[in-house]
Design a protein around this ligand. Structure first.
Ligand SMILES: CC(C)(COP(=O)(O)OP(=O)(O)OC[C@H]1O[C@@H](n2cnc3c(N)ncnc32)[C@H](O)[C@@H]1OP(=O)(O)O)[C@@H](O)C(=O)NCCC(=O)NCCS
Ligand SMILES: CC(=O)OP(=O)(O)O
Length: 326
């Protein structure tokens, strides 16, 4: 089944509420009005209500099934309730004055809605850098039990090809233990997208062909990941060609259960992970869904600032699906 048919099936009839803190953005308004018209979920747009209405009228978007909320214009009781909950959550970390300032940022308001169960998930980042979009989730929603760190992934799609890239969004330079956790978590997450995971830990070296600390890191990460998930095909360190081209795999990594057929790619640090997905997207012609987060207690999804309306539409569907599957 086509990926989005299966994702839509998973959320059909559940009427999940997804909050969009960048409610004034034309890409968000367009995607949200389609999501509501397609009866896939219940969008809540945050922002100035008059601005949202004017943009929708200008573009011919139907707002009738959308909820519009201006966090700067809610009742004093509502504002106080939100502030009290944030102060409580950030006790020992932020002062009440800091919490009050944080709530002026719609990403904090939206994240609090998810934390308090007023929304099932959040989609933001079309107009905010990743750090500003997801920091509220790291601070408030936090990791799910058993997970040490949140990481970011992309699903890359083209024709019948489906790949999983991580960490391409969050952790700047993980150690071997961190990379191993991302590898094991990614194998699990990939199954949400009907990917039968074959996990390659990537490097500029294959099976010791080069010597460097960064190579040793991926070798150690491979051992840790294999020990943590013995039933999952995981191998490293592999160069990208050895990971995906069977003929290259046969000469560089003979006997590997992953080389030549990898579909989950684990990068050594964020430079290569983020650059790598953008090359696949912009030069390779792959559709890139994400950055999506794994390891969070409730779903919050980021968008690239280069996202278009269709990206927002699809990431919102994935976010609603995550609220069912998490
Ligand atoms: C994610 C990121 C914003 C966190 O940076 P930061 O806010 O300076 O991080 P801090 O160390 O101050 O941590 C802030 C909070 O988040 C938590 N946190 C940070 N990284 C985390 C992770 N990977 N998993 C779980 N929690 C995390 C910290 O524990 C801390 O929580 P606390 O305030 O309750 O103690 C930063 O790593 C970053 O900018 N990453 C790159 C994002 C990016 O630009 N990607 C490219 C485009 S997609
Ligand atoms: C994922 C990503 O690179 O985000 P942005 O383009 O917003 O920096």
């Amino acid at each position: 089944m086509e990926l989005f048919d299966s994702l839509k099936q998973k959320i059909s009839g559940l009427n999940k509420t997804i909050v969009f803190p960048e409610g004034e953005d034309v890409r968000i308004i367009g995607a949200a009005s389609r999501l509501a018209a397609d009866k896939l979920l219940q969008p809540v747009l945050l922002g100035n209500v008059d601005t949202i209405k004017a943009t929708a009228a200008d573009k011919g978007f139907d707002l009738s099934d959308l909820t519009l909320v201006d966090p700067t214009n809610v009742s004093a009781d509502e504002k106080q309730k939100m502030l009290d909950a944030l102060v409580e959550r950030r006790k020992g970390k932020n002062t009440p004055e800091q919490a009050s300032k944080m709530l002026e940022d719609p990403n904090y308001w939206g994240t609090m809605m998810v934390y308090l169960g007023e929304a099932d998930g959040m989609v933001s980042g079309a107009a905010h850098p990743t750090g500003d979009t997801i920091r509220p989730a790291l601070q408030i929603i936090k990791t799910k039990p058993g997970v040490k760190r949140i990481s970011g992934y992309f699903v890359l799609l083209k024709d019948d090809k489906r790949y999983f890239f991580a960490d391409s969004a969050i952790n700047i330079d993980l150690d071997a233990e961190g990379i191993a956790e991302v590898a094991v978590e990614s194998a699990q997450t990939a199954k949400l997208y009907d990917i039968d995971p074959k996990v390659a830990l990537l490097s500029f070296s294959t099976k010791g062909s080069a010597k460097a600390d960064v190579v040793t890191k991926m070798q150690e990460a491979t051992k840790l990941a294999q020990a943590a998930a013995p039933d999952v095909p995981i191998d490293g360190e592999l160069q990208f060609d050895a990971a995906v081209v069977p003929e290259v795999a046969a000469s560089k990594a003979p006997g590997s259960p992953v080389a030549g057929q990898a579909n989950v790619f684990i990068f050594p640090e964020l430079d290569s992970g983020n650059i790598g997905y953008k090359i696949a997207q912009r030069l390779g012609g792959f559709e890139a869904l994400g950055p999506l987060l794994q390891g969070l207690n409730k779903p919050v999804s980021d968008l690239s600032r280069g996202a278009n309306e269709e990206d927002v539409y699809k990431v919102a569907i994935i976010t609603a699906m995550q609220s069912v599957e998490l």
